[in-house]
Design a protein around this ligand. Sequence first.
Ligand code: COA
Ligand code: AMP
Length: 629
Amino acid sequence: MGMYEDVFRASLEDPEGFWLGAAEGVDWEVAPSRALDSSGAPFYRWFPDGRLNVCFNALDRHVEAGRGEQPALIHDSPVTGTRRTYTYAELRDEVAAFAGALAGLGVGHGDRVVIYMPMVPEAAIAMLACARIGAVHSVVFGGFAPPELAVRIDDATPKVVVSASCGIEGKRVIPYKPLLDRAIELAAHKPQKRVILQRPQEQAELGPDDLDWADLVAAAPPAACLPVAATDPLYILYTSGTTGKPKGVVRDCGGCAVALHWSMGAVYDIGPGETMFTGSDVGWVVGHSYIVYGPLLAGATTVLYEGKPVGTPDAGQFWRVAAEHGVKTMFTAPTAFRAIRKEDPKGVLTADYDLSRLRYLFLAGERLDPETYHWASALLDIPVIDHWWQTETGWPIVANPVGIEAAPVKPGSPTRPLPGWDVRVLDPSGRPVPAGVDGAIVVKLPLPPGSLPTLWNDDARFVASYLSAYDGYYLTGDGGHIDEDGYVYVMGRTDDVINVAGHRLSTGSMEEALAAHPDVAECAVIGVADALKGQVPRGFVVLKAGTARDPREVEAELVRLVRERIGAVASLKEVAVVAALPKTRSGKILRKTMRGIADGLDEPIPSTVDDPTVIENLRPLLHRPDHTV
Ligand code: COA
Ligand code: AMP
């Protein structure tokens, strides 16, 4: 039996022993005497009597162990033409100073801080500073518009919001401060203070409740690490669900530290002193886990990259970063590689760089299409590893754990479940399906440490969203199958969540935005295949009877409306005014049928359809062969 099987079996047969063993990889103020508390099932708590500080584990302990002069974080920003390296000692001092500044503003244990920032080192510093004083951060992706930020502010009720004067998208400077001001105007909850990092590209005008980051830090005494309960929240990260109200995924301190630390070696084969580059954004879970916490918990060097993989200045930036910083493991979304391939199909730009230290490419966030897999494998001649996980799980569910034992790759599959994850595929009645047959991918409870214990202030929604479909199982929301070798195949979401350029979005929230237009009677937004972004949303609306407006004008207004309400990141560029939407006889819009036709599948027309001619009329508009991946 191979190493993987041994470790996997041990994790499921003796989770207590397995995770207490993994817990030895982090430093505890009070070491846990047991791993799992099931007394409140289906709410499980990991390391219930342990106490620790995650920031101490990410920074101070490495300094104390003599790694103070080692690079901890490299900010590499082609869009500003700057690079800056922070050693562990420097990063600890910057974090302690900002933690002191937050404490000075009255932020303490359990208080929330919303962070709305571009990819600057101060975003990671703010996160770690919260962890240092036991506060709970909630990072909101910079591409979200003010109403989305406002919803998150209202749910998290932060004492302080931390932001920057601007972000940079390619050659465009995007002022953040007006977006923040608008969000606070819209929100019912008013944070007491906003801390603004002034960037040279665009200075913000500060109001009476705004504080300049630099001034604040200069005046603040550094804060020490506050040990907290392992079950205390480290952060809240909002993610898209079926409706417009995002779900506040909670991550607890002990589970997060143990699982991420363990995954760095077992999955990504990264140890102290080695360099990981994760091309994502701190606003997403990938950024939380593998730009900030994971690499730092492991005593490794992390690259925080500000820019796109293509464009400014060219499609060779990921290769440059890998060569310049001696990256061993690179992690990004397949869409980034599709973008690079589109610009540089032969990969000639790799010739400019020494990639000999690059050992692995990990990809996640959306389905890895075989073409991209083969292109990247042939170009880099290193293992290209697809792996599957979610904001909720915090770390990978299914992967090829090269740090334990590399398995042969089957293109199209992210390989096998990782230790801790008891993955099953069930049919609608809850029975396991045979190998190779599609069904709902679920995970038998309890989920391992590092995954969500609940939703912020909403235990009921946690149960309703994830635990009620199949008793004793967590519903991932993805469909797929497991083959006879135990390889998992993830075929796509079974709900209204779509993945656009690796960004998770809700078609439900886009529909809510469209429905707010005064001329719209009803609407449907579906995710359709896209050669670059994997999926893009497309909207279909029926106008109110008697509307005399030019449909083209309304379509343009609707595209603008979604951009204003959700953000540019929604990438809703096409909305079509149609005569009717296909429905069942009971009035349910046939979104799945529309999706199938749009993706060029041989989609059967359901027998429950009310009027088949509506579908036939829509067919030419739906199916666009040039869009199919
Ligand atoms: N702040 C403000 N605007 C933002 C933003 C941010 N942080 N992030 C994205 N946007 C804007 C973009 O500028 C773009 O605006 P536009 O419609 O005016 O051009 C829009 O949101 C859509 O962004 P995106 O979907 O990222 O498309 P893109 O064409 O700018 O870039 C890729 C496409 C594939 C290059 C890019 O998405 C990418 O590198 N993705 C892979 C990495 C990743 O982030 N993965 C996430 C999880 S692993
Ligand atoms: P997020 O919560 O933003 O990380 O998005 C999670 C969702 O992205 C999953 O539920 C999947 O639908 C999709 N996803 C992530 N990784 C993969 C992968 N390797 N293969 C297929 N889908 C993936």
